[in-house]
Design a protein. Structure first.
Lengths: 176, 279
């Protein structure tokens, strides 16, 4: 129950940061997108199942503020969270660079995947966006924010569900 | 060293979540989820707006202050005390000029000649491009103010877009530059010269379709909404002006590039036209 409250708190915190602060930050017309960082961090810290669950939940919250089809962020988020969890399972859990690298790659995959799924769902405007700029801005900002995000997500996840925690990310809330 | 992780049937979880997502997307597309999602979006939007407004009120003058400070870097280096005074003064000026600019935009909305006798609701722009994949703005009026889906939104200069989501106290407007935007337009002095203006994404020029090859279009010529029967916009609203026009060899239509008449970047206020297509 406590972990549900913590996860909810972290997701709401990220949503507020995204909506209040980051929407106004424009780099080449593109704003950062930190909601996907939740799925990526949960995937790195908790494994594929936690990544998928966090991606789905955070995606649903993100969808509340987006004009795109409801559920699209949740679908992309759970796929990316799962993929990140699966692909990082074999890495050394003490690697300090893991969350940053996962954020870099995961964010790029998320943005491209989001656009492709959107086009498949009839969102033709998604064919007319500058993917290079979106991927670059979102991936770079998320890689910068990956370490604090991973700490927060590590704190929020239930300890029994934490499957691997990079030592650099360990926090009092995580029992390794 | 990598260590084995506990497996909680992650693939089963993923399949369930993917199916749940697809179900939500399908229900949303069919409109069967409309009242639920719209209600949740209204609650989320209403909860976020006060926070956003408060932060914006603090951040906007500071942003203007820093923007202004860059121009006076040499002065700042000469005297730290003077820098503080200049900074404080510039902050005041920025605040005032920002307020004056916003006031000017608001008063301009009261005198839009192309709106005529149509009833409008002024709205403040509360966010811009909530998604990197859409050219949209959020406005601070919604169903409670008489705003409904499909209503045209205008700004200084011309058509801004159309309401595509309406919550209780907020709404989302798809800009004419969005890739999904299509506007039926008229041009030239002769009646019956019609075209379709397509958006190509945020920050990109518009495209004029269905203009017959060989049509003479001059730079700056204005396309207005056609207002044909069944059109989603009332007639006579300026949409875009011609930037370039050329006829490609053996093309079935002119290749027309247009620029939106409304200043879509940095808008503070817009007006929602309380108008719907005649049934």
């Amino acid at each position: 129950m406590q972990s549900v409250a913590r996860v909810s708190l972290v997701v709401v915190l990220f949503a507020v940061v995204q909506q209040v602060f980051l929407l106004g930050v424009r780099i080449d017309g593109v704003h950062p997108d930190v909601m996907v960082l939740l799925a990526i961090a949960a995937g790195v810290i908790g494994g594929p199942r936690q990544g998928a669950l966090m991606g789905f939940g955070a995606g649903l919250v993100a969808d509340l503020f987006l004009p795109t089809p409801f559920g699209l962020s949740a679908l992309t988020g759970c796929l990316v969270g799962f993929a990140i969890g699966l692909s990082t399972v074999a890495f050394d859990d003490s690697a300090w660079w893991l969350p940053t690298a996962a954020a870099l790659v995961g964010s790029a995959v998320y943005e491209v995947g989001y656009g492709m799924l959107g086009v498949l769902l009839g969102q033709s405007q998604m064919m007319h966006v500058d993917y290079a700029a979106i991927v670059l801005v979102v991936a770079l900002t998320n890689s910068i924010l990956a370490v604090p995000a991973a700490r927060l997500v590590g704190w929020s996840l239930p300890t029994s569900q934490v499957e691997s925690v990079p030592s650099a990310m360990s926090s009092p809330g995580i029992r390794r | 060293m990598a260590k084995p992780r506990r497996q909680h049937r992650p693939r089963t979880t993923l399949v369930i979540l993917v199916l749940a997502s697809i179900t939500l997307i399908t229900l949303d597309a069919r409109g069967q989820l409309g009242s639920v999602t719209s209600g949740l979006q209204s609650v989320a939007s209403d909860a976020m707006n006060p926070v956003r407004s408060a932060v914006d009120a603090v951040v906007r003058p500071i942003g203007s202050f820093f923007a202004g400070s860059v121009e006076y870097g040499s002065v700042q280096r000469q005297n730290e005390k003077l820098q503080e005074e200049i900074g404080a003064l510039r902050q005041q000026v920025s605040e005032r000029s920002d307020a004056v600019q916003r006031l000017a935009q608001l008063s301009e909305l009261d005198h839009l000649p192309f709106v005529g006798s149509l009833q409008t609701v002024p709205a403040e722009v509360i966010d811009e491009n909530a998604s990197n994949f859409e050219a949209t703005i959020g406005i601070d009026v919604g169903r409670a103010n008489g705003v409904a889906l499909g209503m045209p939104v205008v700004g200084y200069g011309g058509l801004v877009g159309q309401v595509v989501e309406d919550q209780r106290h907020t709404a989302t407007v798809r800009l004419v530059t969005d890739g999904q935007s299509v506007v039926g337009a008229a041009y030239g002095k002769t009646a019956g010269a019609l075209a379709v203006i397509d958006g190509n994404g945020s920050g990109r020029p518009l495209t004029g379709d269905l203009v017959p090859p060989g049509t003479v279009l001059h730079r700056g010529e204005v396309f207005t909404t056609s207002g044909l029967q069944g059109a989603v916009y009332p007639p006579g609203i300026p949409v875009a002006e011609v930037v370039s026009s050329r006829t490609a060899p053996s093309a079935s239509q002119e290749s027309v590039t247009l620029r939106p008449m409304a200043q879509l970047g940095g808008m503070a206020y817009v007006s929602v036209v309380l108008w719907g297509p005649p049934s």
